[in-house]
Design a protein around this ligand. Structure first.
Ligand SMILES: NC(=O)c1ccc[n+]([C@@H]2O[C@H](COP(=O)([O-])OP(=O)(O)OC[C@H]3O[C@@H](n4cnc5c(N)ncnc54)[C@H](O)[C@@H]3O)[C@@H](O)[C@H]2O)c1
Length: 323
């Protein structure tokens, strides 16, 4: 195990990703990068103080804003942003996070980075697209964390409603990582059983619209109390990073480049179930959606495309967008 991971943005999300990677013993070297040099150094020191409690000792280095030093990493996680601007909506960070990406993406790529980007910053689909367009990286090697987390939130909502272990709930949120996301109710199952069977057995009726909304708004519930989200997103991100480092072929929804095969959408990033391995997104699985779900998918795609068009320099770098 000699995995090197770089993290850009060492605040709530970046630091929790770092901690989760070390706690799971997934890395031998971790490079933390933040333009707030004092914060970067403080996070490095705190993690090194914790090293005796992690399963393996790892090298943790602060590289401040020397982005070129990330070139030798297997994975670079982008958690750079300004979360306060996303308090009302993830779109609040649209110009901030895309501008920040311009300060480092090419520098990392030009220094020879040949690994996989996992981008967490919001609006997630737009930022992942920006990294891909700026660096010219093969699209599968730029992954947006997308609706991995929202799907976990949906499982949380379904688990609370049924009192079943979230591990027995299989449920996906797809589309935009934002208010356009939607629940793929046609594919929800509980231990391989259909919702109707579980409703009958447990003597309850699931309020489908309310549960979908709970998953969609879950992030804002957390944000309203602590002004950030960190444990859940770090857990979801590390699941994706682990799939890349260990080539696990994890099937989970992430934001990936649309090439027209998903109901005609192309030229943007959006979340669908993907197989993730050493090559990043190695396969996209387009689910058979109901008519209503396809309509939500297109609505979601239009929202992402509208955001992309608001960032003029990014729109100019894009191929034709069909949404
Ligand atoms: N995808 C998701 O599900 C999800 C969940 C939670 C947070 N987020 C997003 O992740 C990002 C980080 O969240 P946070 O709570 O840690 O935010 P934060 O505002 O607390 O921290 C962002 C950090 O990024 C640093 N930064 C900004 N631009 C930089 C640059 N060019 N180079 C180096 N460092 C830079 C800042 O100095 C700051 O320390 C935000 O965009 C947030 O919206 C996404």
């Amino acid at each position: 195990m000699a995995a090197r991971v770089g993290i850009i943005g060492a605040s709530h999300v970046g630091a929790h990703v770092a901690d989760a990677l070390l706690r799971q013993g997934l890395v031998s070297e971790l490079l933390l990068c933040d333009k707030d040099v004092a914060l970067c150094r403080a996070q490095v020191n705190d993690l090194l103080d914790a090293m005796a409690f992690y399963p393996h000792a790892a090298r943790v280095v602060g590289v401040d804003a020397r982005y070129e030093e990330l070139a030798g990493c297997d994975v670079v996680v982008n958690a750079a942003g300004h979360v306060a601007a996303a308090a009302e909506s993830r779109d609040g960070e649209l110009h901030v996070t895309t501008d920040e990406v311009r300060t480092f993406a090419r520098r990392v790529a030009d220094a020879g980075f040949g690994g996989v980007w996992v981008s967490v910053s919001n609006p997630n689909d737009v930022v992942a697209l920006a990294i891909q367009r700026l660096t010219g990286t093969e699209p599968g090697r730029v992954i947006g964390s997308g609706t991995t987390l929202d799907s976990a939130r949906f499982r949380h909502a379904l688990s609370s409603a049924t009192r079943l272990d979230p591990h027995s709930v299989s449920a996906l949120m797809l589309g935009e990582h934002g208010l356009g996301e939607f629940a793929l109710w046609s594919h929800v199952s509980f231990g391989s059983l259909a919702p109707a069977e579980v409703e009958r057995a447990l003597g309850l009726e699931l309020d489908r619209d309310a549960l979908e909304e709970e998953a969609r708004r879950g992030g804002y519930v957390t944000m309203s109390g602590k002004r950030c989200t960190e444990y859940s997103i770090a857990s979801g991100t590390v699941e994706v990073v682990r799939a890349v480092l260990n080539d696990t072929k994890l099937l989970t929804p992430v934001s990936t480049y649309m090439d027209g095969s998903a109901y005609g959408v192309s030229g943007i990033y959006e979340s669908l179930p993907c197989v993730i391995g050493a090559g990043g997104v190695e396969r996209v699985v387009v689910p058979e959606m109901s008519e209503a779900e396809v309509a939500k998918w297109h609505e979601s795609s239009r929202r992402i495309a509208d955001n992309v068009r608001q960032v003029a320099w990014l729109a100019a770098l894009c191929e034709k967008i069909e949404a």
